[in-house]
Ligand binder design. Structure first.
Ligand SMILES: [Zn+2]
Length: 329
């Protein structure tokens, strides 16, 4: 069966042939992929970008214990400005977006596990082709990682950590979830400008699917809603993968229970215009000083502008007590 025929069957028989009604396939209210997005996904078989000789590993280090839990380090994206000024740690590997490099560190990934950034497979579909440049250095939003030395549990933990740091991530295991080929992790950093094929892969991840042309439900790992929402927030910050700039800083609401009121201005005396749930991932567009508020993170006069209004920064996990986004006009 050609991949086009199988895709057409999937589309015409979506509910019965390609989905399992017992699985919640839409945990975060994402719409199904469009026809164009489905067409942009890669075939799972005979993929020259993910043949063994393109997934070269460095010297292995026994770091399995790093992945005995699924908690990444707290991590907040730094704005990318193409002015050459140092804002990021040295890249873990050349060909990484600097934010992706920092996020891999937050997830506990060592350089030797990175087997491919910008790919060199000839005449391939180009998923690992360069996506752009940051400060004159080319990057690809997709990265391949080795799973050498990891137990299945440790791979589950690594996938969860990667998603919480902003990666759409899949374990490509031979014979599982539509994949045929070398075992590895294929991950796409959501907060970077990327090619349309990778944007389609991130969208496939957000609806719980495998990111391949079959676009079936991804079953090997069940990502937590928090992990999926983290990727969604990063993807939103990059304007769905079309922007590299400072469109916003992902953060998370922490009130220890109650919803947080969204205000028209940087003070609790301004009108309430909405609310965000405790634990929600949000994107901070800018920040400014206003009324001092005591919250989960102490006292602060900083207010965070979200799409729609302001929330008190004292209730928002940004990784910093200071300002992390541009000053609001
Ligand atoms: Zn890959």
């Amino acid at each position: 069966m050609s991949k086009h025929l199988s895709l057409a069957l999937c589309l015409s028989l979506l509910a019965s042939a390609c989905a399992d009604p017992s699985v919640d396939e839409d945990p975060i209210d994402e719409p199904a992929l469009t026809t164009d997005e489905l067409a942009a996904l890669p075939a799972g078989a005979d993929d020259p970008e993910h043949a063994l000789d393109h997934l070269r590993e460095g010297a292995a280090v026994d770091d399995g214990a790093t992945f005995d839990d699924d908690e990444p380090l707290p991590f907040v994206d730094v704005e990318v400005v193409d002015d050459g000024a140092p804002r990021f740690a040295a890249l873990l590997a050349s060909g990484l977006h600097p934010r992706a490099s920092d996020a891999l560190r937050a997830a506990g990934v060592a350089a030797w596990r990175i087997t491919q950034t910008i790919g060199d497979a000839p005449a391939s579909a180009g998923y690992h082709a360069a996506d752009g440049t940051v400060n004159g250095r080319a990057y690809c939003a997709a990265t391949d990682l080795s799973v050498r030395g990891l137990t299945a549990t440790q791979i589950h933990n690594l996938l969860e950590r990667l998603a919480r740091a902003g990666f759409a991530a899949w374990y490509r295991k031979d014979g599982v979830d539509g994949w045929r080929g070398a075992d590895h992790l294929h991950v796409v950093y959501a907060n970077a400008k990327m090619k349309s094929q990778l944007r389609a892969q991130v969208r496939s991840f957000l609806v719980g699917r495998n990111g391949l042309v079959s676009n079936t439900l991804y079953r090997w790992h069940d990502f937590s809603d928090a992990a999926v929402r983290a990727v969604k927030a990063k993807f939103a910050a990059s304007a769905s993968g079309t922007s590299n700039g400072g469109a916003g800083v992902p953060a998370r609401i922490n009130t220890a229970g109650a919803p947080l009121t969204v205000r028209a201005g940087a003070s609790a005396s301004t009108a309430a215009v909405g609310a965000v749930a405790d634990g929600a991932y949000v994107v901070i567009r800018c920040q400014k000083r206003g009324q001092t508020v005591s919250g989960t993170y102490g006292s602060s006069s900083l207010w965070d502008k979200l799409d729609g209004g302001y929330v008190a920064d004292a209730y928002v996990a940004t990784g910093s007590d200071g300002q992390v986004a541009p000053t609001c006009p």
